[in-house]
Design a protein around this ligand. Structure first.
Ligand code: GDP
Length: 198
């Protein structure tokens, strides 16, 4: 999919993020959604993003340089119960500012667990993205755990929820880092966007 990937830096505020305007694609989702696994699978590296069952481990904006010309950004997971109010506030400030102000963000992939019905926290977050005008697509994770016959129902469920506040539907993808479902599709999408820029 992508041939080279290396960790570049962690940032706590947008001012610390790389200044060189390379196009970037960011990944976000609730803690434990399978974000690290998906990032690792996409770049075909076992441990580029740290996979961990400990909720809320990634609390920084992590930049990875891919194929020398674009950044993959691992954003801190949201919605973990075990953090303090102060930590949650700092997540909000860090992530909101990144999403609102980062000009070279091409697309945000919002990861949602395909095994569970749409959660309020995810829907609220998606609505905020709409308010801020952030370009995003929805990526269902762990689709290996959802039978093929059930996937249409999962998709419809999400669309029904979104239709309450959205007049048009974002793209929604099914993926699994375990069985590799949909990974090529995400890679192709990124490659397509990059082809428009370069
Ligand atoms: P993160 O907290 O969002 O970075 O999530 P992780 O990538 O650390 O994954 C959380 C848990 O979900 C781990 O136990 C993973 O093994 C599991 N997991 C991640 N991706 C998949 C997947 O595609 N399929 C299944 N069945 N489990 C997954």
């Amino acid at each position: 999919m992508f041939s080279s990937a290396s960790f570049l830096k962690s940032s706590t505020v947008i001012e610390e993020c790389p200044q060189d305007q390379k196009p970037e694609f960011a990944f976000i989702g609730r803690s434990n959604v399978g974000k690290s696994s998906l990032i690792n699978a996409l770049v075909n590296r076992k441990e580029l993003a740290k996979t961990s069952s400990k909720p809320g481990k990634t609390k920084l904006i992590n930049h990875f340089l891919i194929d020398e010309f674009w950044y993959l950004v691992d954003l801190p997971g949201y919605g973990y119960a075990s953090v303090s109010k102060t930590e949650r506030k700092s997540w909000i400030v860090m992530t909101e500012r990144y999403l609102q102000e980062r000009e070279n963000l091409v697309c945000l992939f919002v990861l949602v667990d395909s095994r569970i019905p749409p959660q309020k926290i995810d829907l609220d977050f998606l609505n905020k993205l709409g308010e801020w005008g952030v370009p995003f697509q929805i990526v269902f994770t762990k689709s290996d755990k959802v039978k093929k016959t059930q996937r249409m129902g999962v998709l419809k469920n999400m669309q029904t929820q979104l239709a309450k506040t959205w007049s048009s539907m974002p793209d929604i993808h099914f993926t699994s880092s375990q069985s590799k479902i949909g990974l090529q599709q995400i890679a192709d999408l990124i490659t397509y966007y990059l082809s428009l820029i370069n």
